[in-house]
Design a protein around this ligand. Structure first.
Ligand SMILES: [Zn+2]
Length: 172
């Protein structure tokens, strides 16, 4: 039945999209921030996302990534652009300049201040949303892929719970 097949591949495309979005978000976040502990946290989150993406890609068709649908669960606007704090010149984070082309300020003028608490908050929120998305996708997916999606959903639950604990610790 074509409608079932369509739903199944749509579900996988959304799940792949959620992971591609996560990898992209954490890459940009890692470039944009200066504070070492936050940088390290984003790097670690990004590594986990890449691992999850590899797991899902291993059981899906090679074309799955091309069909990826970004679900918009990561706050991309927080990290996609950087702004010179001296003059306000905006640049793509991917192309963060070493010197502001407008006022000549050094690279650090573009670095973002994202607190460690904010980083854990993002991890907790996106972890919960990803878990829900993977479960939803699992319900429509074929058996082999379903098992991986369910495993990823459990991982996300665990990571969201861990992020909650870290956040709690920072607040006390
Ligand atoms: Zn500037």
């Amino acid at each position: 039945m074509t409608s079932t097949g369509g739903k199944a591949s749509e579900a996988v495309a959304r799940a792949i999209g959620a992971l591609v979005e996560g990898v992209t978000f954490y890459d940009l976040a890692n470039i944009a921030v200066a504070e070492m502990r936050v940088k390290v946290a984003f790097e670690e989150f990004g590594r986990r996302k890449k691992g999850q993406l590899a797991k899902l890609e291993a059981v899906t068709a090679r074309t799955a990534k091309d069909a990826a649908v970004l679900p918009g669960i990561y706050p991309m606007d927080v990290v996609s652009k950087v702004e010179c704090y001296v003059c306000g010149y905006a640049a793509e984070t991917r192309a963060m300049p070493n010197v502001c082309p407008n006022c000549g300020a050094a690279r650090y003028a573009f670095e973002k201040e994202i607190t460690l608490a904010k980083a854990w908050e993002i991890a907790a929120n996106t972890g919960r949303k990803s878990a829900a998305l993977f479960r939803e996708a699992a319900a429509h997916a074929d058996a082999g892929i379903r098992a991986v999606l369910e495993e990823l959903a459990r991982e996300e639950d665990g990571e969201a719970a861990q992020a909650d604990r870290q956040l709690e610790e920072l607040r006390t």
